[in-house]
Design a protein. Structure first.
Length: 350
């Protein structure tokens, strides 16, 4: 099974990608609205078909990317049915099973942080995705959204601590850079609920945390009850000058075919060394040439009347050139995907 752990620094949220390596069917757990381009690029680059976006609960600290991903790739949004949220295709409950290719995730209800918290367990019980119920050396808070410390204590002991000791724990958040743990570790060392802590110990601790409410709660909870759909239903703006695709590395790229059909609408900037322009791959007619190692000092020579498409042999050096121009304040820039090698392979005209 293909597995990736992704991170949103703004909310300290982990997003998890799981996929069947044969069928390429995939699921995403706890997507973040603002990380859509990253997640979509990873799916595209790995050749995956997203079947489901699974949310462990109705988040209070970030907006889910479920609706946005559904619009983009046709995936199905899944959330606990107790929330009765809008734009949810699969209302989950304890005992359900979510399949993708030859794999499946078993759904376990773990209420207490909120009334609708879920954990997702792989069929072989080697991994559990605990959301905000069980964290690395901690637990989710219990002071809003129907939270209940006694209920959370029982959820963790009955549904999570009942898993094998070597079952890997993947939490919904971590604020100290910890990526995972195991059930055995948390049962032994968790500061709130481990080391034989009794329910009264846990309840007393949770009722006296004195934490401020999440900064995004007033925005996030209503949005997540709409499945992540903005109130006005409008998607964030995208570059209007070209069908720019953002790579998993975060780079804006545009396809050679589009550039060939819109040569007059863009400024082509080749960042190869001068001898390469007359080499085996040649150069595009009318291209503006500034070698990469000179670009930072010559940024002022790049025209501002049209968007800029950066060119090199394979798209590697021009990717860096794209970053240089963006750091210099240019937003209307993109890398030519695949560079001159792709251009020649496609048989496009000079």
């Amino acid at each position: 099974m293909l597995f990736r752990q992704l991170f949103d620094a703004a909310s300290s949220t982990y997003t998890y990608l799981l996929a069947d390596e044969q069928t390429r069917e995939a699921v995403l757990i706890d997507t973040v609205f603002e990380q859509h381009a990253r997640d979509a690029a990873l799916l595209r680059e790995l050749g995956l078909k997203l079947l489901y976006t699974l949310d462990t609960h109705c988040h209070a600290d970030h907006v889910t990317g479920a609706w946005r991903m559904k619009v983009a790739v046709g995936s199905h949004a899944a959330l606990a049915g107790v929330y009765a949220a809008e734009n949810v295709d699969l209302a989950l409950a304890h005992g359900d099973r979510v399949r993708f290719g030859a794999h499946a995730l078993d759904v376990r209800a773990v209420p207490g942080h909120t009334e609708g918290c879920l954990a997702f367990v792989t069929e072989d019980r080697s991994r559990v995705f605990t959301g905000d119920a069980l964290l690395v050396r901690g637990t989710g808070r219990t002071d809003f959204q129907g939270g209940d410390p006694g209920r959370l204590y029982r959820s963790i002991h009955e549904q999570l601590f009942s898993l094998p000791d070597d079952c890997a724990v993947y939490p919904g958040h971590d604020y100290e850079g910890r990526t995972s743990s195991t059930i055995g570790e948390e049962r032994a060392f968790n500061a709130r609920i481990g080391s034989g802590a009794r329910e009264a110990d846990f309840v007393g601790t949770m009722r006296n945390l004195g934490l401020p409410h999440p900064k995004q709660i007033a925005v996030a909870v209503p949005a997540n009850l709409r499945g992540g759909r903005p109130e006005d239903g409008v998607l964030p703006s995208v570059p209007a000058w070209a069908p720019v695709m953002t790579t998993y590395a975060g780079l804006p790229e545009v396809a050679p075919e589009w550039v060939a059909a819109h040569r007059d609408a863009v400024h082509l900037l080749d960042v190869r060394e001068a001898p390469e322009l007359e080499g085996e791959l040649g150069h595009l007619a009318g291209v503006h040439a500034i070698a990469l190692d000179e670009l930072r000092a010559r940024v002022g020579e790049v025209p501002t009347d049209r968007p800029v498409v950066l060119v090199c042999r394979t798209g590697r050096r021009s990717a860096l050139a794209t970053q240089i121009l963006r750091k210099a304040g240019r937003e209307d820039v993109a890398n030519l995907a695949g560079g001159m090698v792709a251009w020649r392979d496609l048989g496009l005209p000079d």
